[in-house]
Unconditional design. Structure first.
Length: 438
């Protein structure tokens, strides 16, 4: 089936989007999102409808859903302000409101008459001209990546299930990073056991980063190597090796994935902050990345002041930017909780105000819940703080901070004998965390 709207043709059989005679590169998940909205254009589609269909019902943050919708809008020439084609209906859902004409695929003449002969026929894959694809693609979204199937070094076929499990779990957990765009595992696994060109993959999937790795099992030890690659330059941005005695494979898989997700979160923010620093006209998300990079540097007067300045600028451009609201709250909580200023109580009050606003916009924002739990613990509401942090962990089990904050809350409640286990869990998930000293 082809759907024609404006100057676009959306081909569901070839999984191609044309603008006039040119192919527009669309990431698979974004294509599925557009497909669902267009097919169901006669009704309002709820957030739950999208999550159940596109994400198979797994937990997806409001920020991640908003990011995918913004990308979907951008590839068809729409925007969140215009909403000429995809309209957001507050507290109801979304609807494709553009005028659509349906054309059956055999009627190629109808498409040609309206748009001319497409420049590229068939599958939008590696056979396409690199130069042409590059000129036609939309700029990749920030924090966009694909986790390629990890290599099974040693070749033991019985090890494949474990290797594939690491890849799948890492794909799921990285998608929980606020604002991230991660290619679905079904697409990623089409590259399994293939020699790949990461630059070509970047163009084909319209992502900024490729994560690849390998698993090697010895007689009693397991080694995992991982590297993050910038697809634009081919540079290796980060590499890590994990080596552990073989115990329970499922526990080991969880620990490896959690450590990678936490480490990559910090690394990706640093990379995006460096990109943003080179921008002559930074937008709210550019400023957010720079603010969070300073916040990640540590809790000092210098870093908190610089971080807050970037978050303030982001909110001046976009008062509803959820990530900047949570970043501001995190800085205010750090100032108040560490008694860095004489008016420390006012900073805790400010932190809570930012968080209430953020959660009113994104009720399932895991980090917002964890920081709210910290603020509540510092303001004589430790029991509520524990509940908030437990909710955060239900949304994102990798949040090392949330475990640490629960331990702190129990210390405040006089249950210090319970604290150590929570701190050990935080260290297990993020052993190189710059906040590990706490």
């Amino acid at each position: 089936m082809r759907y024609l709207f404006g100057e676009y043709a959306f081909d569901t059989d070839l999984r191609e989007l044309y603008r006039g005679a040119h192919v527009v590169t669309v990431a698979p998940q974004v294509f599925d999102l557009l497909d669902y909205l267009i097919r169901n254009r006669e009704r309002v589609v709820s957030k739950d409808d999208l999550i159940n269909t596109i994400w198979n019902g797994r937990v997806v943050s409001d920020a991640a859903l908003t990011t995918r919708l913004n990308v979907a809008r951008s590839v068809i020439g729409d925007s969140g302000e215009k909403q000429c084609l995809i309209k957001t209906l507050q507290r109801k859902g979304f609807r494709f409101v553009g005028a659509v004409q349906e054309v059956q695929r055999p009627a190629d003449a109808a498409l040609t008459a309206k748009f001319g002969e497409p420049s590229f026929q068939g599958f939008s894959g590696p056979d396409r001209s690199d130069a042409a694809a590059a000129t036609m693609s939309i700029s990749p979204p920030r924090l966009s990546m694909v986790v390629l199937p990890f290599a099974n070094f040693g070749g033991d076929p019985e090890q494949d299930y474990f290797v594939d499990g690491v890849t799948e779990s890492l794909t799921t957990d990285l998608s929980r990073i606020s604002g991230s765009f991660v290619i679905a595992r079904n697409t990623a696994f089409t590259f399994k056991s293939r020699a790949v060109d990461v630059k070509q993959i970047g163009r084909e999937l319209n992502v900024r980063y490729v994560l690849e790795g390998s698993v090697q099992r010895g007689s009693n030890r397991l080694r995992v190597n991982v590297q993050l690659i910038d697809v634009e330059t081919g540079d290796h941005l980060w590499a890590e090796r994990f080596e552990k005695p073989i115990a329970d494979l499922f526990d080991m898989q969880d620990e490896i994935v959690s450590r990678l997700a936490n480490t990559l979160n910090a690394q990706l923010i640093q990379v995006e902050a460096r990109r943003a620093g080179r921008s002559t006209h930074p937008d709210a998300m550019d400023l957010y990345f720079q603010g969070w990079a300073y916040e990640n540097n540590g809790t000092t007067a210098e870093y908190t002041t610089q971080a807050q300045a970037f978050f303030d600028r982001a909110l001046a451009l976009d008062p509803g930017n959820i990530e900047a609201l949570v970043g501001s709250a995190r800085v205010e909580a750090a100032i108040g909780g560490n008694l860095m200023r004489d008016d420390w109580t006012a900073h805790l009050v400010a932190a809570e105000a930012f968080l209430i606003r953020a959660l009113s916009l994104a009720p399932n924002h895991a980090r917002a819940h964890s920081v709210l739990g910290l603020v509540q613990s510092f303001t004589n509401r430790a029991i509520q703080g524990i509940v908030e942090c437990e909710r955060a962990l239900a949304l994102d089990h990798n949040l090392a901070d949330a475990h640490a904050f629960i331990g702190l809350a129990k210390f405040f409640l006089g249950r210090s004998e319970e604290t150590e286990a929570h701190i050990h869990e935080a260290l297990r998930l993020s052993p190189r965390d710059n906040n590990a000293y706490r």
